[in-house]
Write a protein that binds this ligand. Structure first.
Ligand SMILES: [Zn+2]
Ligand SMILES: [Zn+2]
Length: 143
């Protein structure tokens, strides 16, 4: 599945199955994305192939450890590595096809903006989930 930033300079591909999505409602994601929450998925580092624009990525690390990588031309958030580099966070809005994806978890609902109303039936968690647990929860169930 291809993903690209708003200006189209940064293009990447996720090979294999793209896991489902989660939304994070924490205050950091809110500021980073400028909206109620951040919708993303997590893929294996070996699933990401960069096609263009990797040299345009600006990296910001907050004192809390929160990472934000973004296109220096248009400001779109772009994928960045998590933890020990084995997993990569991918912002869902950059993906070109999303027909098979759904939101399966809401994180940090306890600190969401007062004006936000969550309108789907996905599970809600007041805080972060353990990364391995979250990654497992995002996998498509085979029916
Ligand atoms: Zn861009
Ligand atoms: Zn967050």
């Amino acid at each position: 599945m291809i993903g690209q930033c708003l200006c189209g300079e940064i293009i990447f591909e996720i090979t294999g199955v793209v896991p489902n999505l989660y939304q994070c409602h924490c205050s950091q994601c809110r500021k980073q994305g400028g909206s109620a929450s951040n919708t993303a998925t997590i893929v294996g580092a070996n699933q990401i192939v960069w096609h263009a624009g990797q040299n345009l990525i600006t990296k910001f690390k907050h004192v809390t450890g929160f990472n934000s990588h973004f296109c220096s031309v248009c400001g779109s958030p772009v994928p960045n590595k998590l933890r020990d580099d084995d997993l990569v966070w991918v912002p869902a809005g950059l993906l070109e096809q999303s027909e098979n994806l759904e939101i399966v978890a809401h994180l940090f609902v306890g600190s969401k903006a007062h004006w936000e109303i969550i309108g789907d039936l996905a599970k809600q968690y007041n805080q972060m989930r353990d990364l391995d647990t979250l990654y497992k929860a995002l996998q498509h169930t085979i029916s």
